[in-house]
Design a protein around this ligand. Structure first.
Ligand code: HEM
Length: 163
């Protein structure tokens, strides 16, 4: 469980870093029509990878807490009195927030960013969709920086809790 937890953490933190530090700046440097296609194709892969890592981290993390006998302590007010439990709480809180931002991102990706128009759609619908996609893309960019902060905090919590 510990092995899977650590590998999943490596994959998640790596994917979030790659997205924010390599992919996003590269997309800003290529023409919009090309960047939309590249973002769609790579975005889908990153979404699957990140989603799988977040689920694995939750499953293995809670199982580790249970195996170590920490679950009752984590659910009581004692949690904030012991340093290593405070680090564990930081890891779990960051994970929960990442779960929320990841779900929001995936929902936007499916419902707005990759939405197809019907054949009967006119210029107005096309323009509306383009405006909606531009607005959501701006938020996706902000979310990427939030995700990077959360992933770094979660890894810090894990490292400090185990040392
Ligand atoms: C983004 C999410 C997370 C990241 C990046 C992360 C990262 C880490 C890291 C780097 C360690 C140190 C591993 C070691 O040296 O043994 C660790 C340990 C640990 N994590 Fe997480 N973690 C995350 C989510 C969670 C969640 C949701 C839970 C529980 C609900 C959890 C429970 C634990 C426990 C109990 C340990 C102690 C190490 C052990 O298994 O002995 N983690 N985590």
């Amino acid at each position: 469980m510990r092995l899977v937890h650590i590998y999943a953490a490596i994959v998640l933190v790596g994917a979030v870093f790659f997205n924010t530090v390599v992919l996003m700046p590269a997309l800003r440097r290529i023409p919009p029509a090309h960047s939309a296609v590249v973002a769609q194709k790579i975005g889908a892969g990153l979404m699957w990878l990140g989603g799988a890592a977040i689920i694995l981290l939750g499953v293995t993390g809670f199982l580790r807490l249970w195996m170590l006998g920490y679950l009752p302590a984590m659910l009581s007010p004692r949690v904030l009195k012991i340093a290593s439990f405070r680090w564990l709480a930081l890891m779990i809180a960051s994970w929960a927030a990442l779960f929320g931002t990841g779900t929001l991102s995936a929902t936007w990706y499916r419902t707005i960013l990759t939405k197809k128009l019907s054949y009967s759609a006119g210029l107005r619908e096309l323009e509306d969709r383009r405006a909606e996609q531009a607005r959501v893309s701006g938020w996706q960019d902000r979310l990427a920086y939030i995700n990077l902060t959360l992933a770094v905090l979660a890894a810090l919590g894990g490292i400090m809790a185990s040392s």
